[in-house]
Design a protein around this ligand. Structure first.
Ligand code: AMP
Length: 297
């Protein structure tokens, strides 16, 4: 494997073409790493590509704004679509294959099949985004079916999604290793997200309450605080003044995602996850206390 950025990028829009290109990679004896995205790429996505390159010889990146994971009042229509810029970034990052299918290619007319993961999807974002994880599990299954990757890399920024995909791959006996990668943050601690471009300057300043709240929880935990209610209160005290709506601030088991009640005592690892709106933009973020580094620099 060379570290040099690859000038050769194959871009496929049809599943047949993408499958043939992935088959050719495997036929040449190379391992394929997959990075599924919705495009509007940023340094977080490119870090996943770099991680995938460590696990495989060739990296395929998919760009698909998946309609089935958006609710009827969510931002599917306005989600940023900047294909030419994304392709340039892929070239610079040494991606070998990009798949940019139209919706009808992934959801052929008359399709009626969905993949549903139970348990994990009942917590955190599940109740606030009905059908979301079913959409995610379905599209990721289809992407795995077309690409046949040895490894697929997902960000811990979407911690629940990562756990759902892990469980789905395990339960369906899919021959793919799921790799989780730490959240990439801006210099001020805000987690990189394609949705950050919806934020006005003032909203972006307010959004810093998210990493600040998580950092305060991380510091409290490091100082010995284990009361779930207190950890939750610390985070909420930062978020409440800036959020137009809080979906949840939850302390949970990092594996099952089961919430800890306020009077419970956290173990040596605990997930703190939140979803809140700043203006009309929904932000999610998390840290695993006792494992992740402090979200503030
Ligand atoms: P998206 O395009 O938002 O669907 O994200 C595609 C992949 O990139 C998912 O696995 C995300 O978890 C991951 N990702 C998004 N933002 C970040 C970030 N700031 N750091 C690391 N991974 C990220």
């Amino acid at each position: 494997m060379s570290d040099a950025a690859s000038p050769e990028l194959t871009v496929a829009a049809s599943a047949a073409e993408f499958r043939a290109a992935c088959d050719a990679v495997r036929a040449s004896g190379k391992k394929l790493g997959l990075v599924p995205t919705m495009g509007a790429l940023h340094a977080g996505h490119l870090a996943l590509v770099a991680e995938a390159r460590k696990h495989g010889d060739a990296v395929a990146l998919t760009i698909f704004v998946n309609p089935t994971q958006f609710g009827p009042h969510e931002d599917f229509a306005k989600y940023p679509r900047v294909l030419e810029r994304d392709l340039e970034l892929c070239r610079g990052a040494g991606v070998a294959l990009v798949f940019t299918p139209p919706v009808a290619e992934m959801y052929p007319p008359g399709e009626r099949t969905r993949v549903r993961v139970e348990g994990l999807t009942e917590h955190l974002c599940g109740p606030f985004r009905p059908g979301h994880f079913e959409g995610v599990a379905t599209i990721v299954t289809k992407l795995f079916a077309v690409a046949g990757p040895s490894t697929a890399v997902f960000g811990r920024k979407d911690y629940q999604q990562l756990q759902v995909v892990r469980r789905m791959a395990r339960d369906l006996l899919l021959p793919v290793e799921i790799v989780g990668y730490p959240t990439l943050r801006d210099l001020d601690g805000l987690a990189l997200s394609s949705r950050n471009q919806y934020l006005s300057t003032l909203e972006r300043e307010r959004a810093l309450a998210v990493p600040r709240g998580l950092s305060a929880a991380a510091r409290a935990f490091a100082a010995g605080e284990r009361r779930a209610g207190e950890l939750r209160r610390v985070v909420t005290s930062f978020i409440e003044p800036v959020a137009s709506r809080i979906d949840y601030v939850t302390v949970a088991d990092p594996e099952t995602l089961e919430p800890l009640s306020d009077d419970a005592i956290a173990e040596n690892r605990a997930l703190v996850a939140l979803a809140a709106f700043v203006g009309t933009t929904r932000l999610i973020d998390n840290v695993v206390l006792g494992e992740d580094k402090d979200p503030l620099p």
